[in-house]
Design a protein. Sequence first.
Length: 277
Amino acid sequence: MSIRKQPSAFYQQKLKAVLVLIGLVVLYTLLFSEGPWNRKTKSRIVDIHDQALSQRLDSLLQTQAKISYPLAPFHPNFLSDYRAYRLGLPPETVDRVQAYHQKGMWISSRSVFQKVSGVPDSTYERITPYLKFPPKRLSHYKKVPPPAKLNLNRASAEDLQKVRGIGPVYSQRILAYRDRIQAFVSWDQLEEVNGLSVSTRDALKGHFEISLPFEIVRIPFAETTLDALANLPYISYEEARWLVAQRTKSPELTLEELLENSPWDAPKVQRIKLYLY
């Protein structure tokens, strides 16, 4: 009588592995072959997966919609996408605010914000208590007056050299001429300073002013000698001789009457009167 041997444990494990491998091959063939059954099966699997994913997304969106963020004060000029999202504002709101800024304009009030952002009244009423605007700085909103101009008759060489186009040479020329005429009384006198261009004279007008008192010493015409007259600004030696001759010829004439009959134009007469009385 023969005795049948039982399969060993190793043989049994090997047999199981072979069966599992055969099962995997069959399953792979069914899933990835191009047969009609497989296409139907794969389509059903994909549909089930898409349906589950869609349900999951809907659930997440509904949960997100139920979340309410606490509102906090915010500056509308610094509205970001994240801040707009927490406020429940659409992205278009941020785009409108940024476009407004690109025009060089600034949201300065609640009414301006509503007009620029285009939010509906219900949304505006909900968020308007949280709109905050920093206090205005006078230096930003109020025109600062220009610095006071210096009196040209009080200016030093250092003051003059702060003007573009004027260095040590021109500043000394201006001061020397001012000393000679005692004081500038009009801007036209700068034309008499050698070398000063029109642009430089205009620059001086932007930094300085000519104001009273001029502090010009006047001398009596009736008692002034020929040499003293010739040393006065705007009077040459020949012109001084003419004045003395007219004074000697008609001592009863006043200075005003004498100058009215002089051969000089009105501006020259006015400048001579600065030094004589």
